[in-house]
Design a protein around this ligand. Sequence first.
Ligand SMILES: [Fe+2]
Ligand SMILES: [Fe+2]
Length: 260
Amino acid sequence: MRVMLIGDVVGRPGRRVILHFLERIRREQRLDLVIANGENSAEGSGITPQIFFDLVGAGVDCVTLGDHIYRRKEIYTVLEEDARVVKPANLPPAAPGRPWTVVKAANGVQVGVVSLLGRVFMRPADCPFTAADRVLAEIPSEVKVRVVDFHAEATSDKQLMGRYLDGRVTAVLGTHTHVPTADEQILPGGTAFQCDVGMTGPHHSILGRRIDRVWETTLTFRPTEFEVAKGDVRLNGSIVTLDPTTGKATSIERFVFREP
Ligand SMILES: [Fe+2]
Ligand SMILES: [Fe+2]
């Protein structure tokens, strides 16, 4: 069984590559389930209901988010009502959304999906490690396949989470930095791990934003609108192959698709 996590979808270019090519990628890569991090899908920040339903309609089975989750308040209702999206589990209980979900893959296997936020160089949240313990205990025990999107800045934090959850989940895959790391591996307990799967959007950019705009603010301290860039659009993600009867991962591969 094969599951892909697509890295942070940035703005219209990121959505476009998914809307036009995900169906083909799903077929060619024989994917049973696709999870996408959509926290930057609405003009680079947040997600709207329309965009959520567009992504789901294009073949995304579950959407994870991150520090930009609540930028568009229109999404609150979807977060409360739709089982195909999760909030980071270490946000406070009163924050809109569900802390874990279970979605059905194309082969019929139930997959638990969890999102967690890091705390290094990010707005403080509750402890992601205890939050992970809590939600993993809540997910029904018959759900063996469990994927964690760890949305965090520091590679050390991400390695700690990978080791902490090794043997307890199918995969701990990072998002948020928008830069893929070359450390994909299967940990000793059978958990697939990678610090960051990268970004889906324009790579002629600074993390998806127009280079000139970021330069202007950096050099002059004048605030500018960090508009989403346009060039060199790529879909970045990682594909985990796993045994659905045990939930253990057997391989992980980085995946990149360049928009023609
Ligand atoms: Fe992001
Ligand atoms: Fe983020």
